[in-house]
Design a protein around this ligand. Sequence first.
Ligand SMILES: [Zn+2]
Length: 176
Amino acid sequence: MQPDLPHIIEPTRLARAGQTLAGQYAIEEMSRLGERLFDKSGLADFRLEFERDEELDITFITGEISAKVSMICQRCLEPMTLALKCPVYLGVINNSVDLSILPDSCEPLYEDDSPVSLRDLVEDELILALPLSAMHEMVDCEAGGLLNEVNKSVKESPFSVLKTLVKNQTNNNRRR
Ligand SMILES: [Zn+2]
């Protein structure tokens, strides 16, 4: 789709060249993300800027990744679409560096273990942005109507459950 997108990136070199990488990946190309989704269609858009802070000796990656993904609603078990928008703020460091030098809310990206794959970076950020359990808004949820009914009946006679309990307790006591 974009033959000029590199597979492996060298963040510090990109930063020194003042580069920004932007493009798209098909979600079906990202298998670890795909296995968490209801269907693997669609695209992820990304835009990443590479900047160098020579004083701190850190390369920063900032930008945004977005994608529309489909997951199963854990309340009604129907598919739902989620619009993911992940702000990216990464500090590229090696293992020997103390994490505390990173600014607040900046996440570490370790570059010494393995080369940085651009697609893995995009995929990892999207996986982190997925909710642990996806659910429709109550008004849009198939199960919402049912839950509202239950809530309504509880509201109308909140003590009926208690009354039944007390009655059973009394009967049990009489039997003793
Ligand atoms: Zn639902």
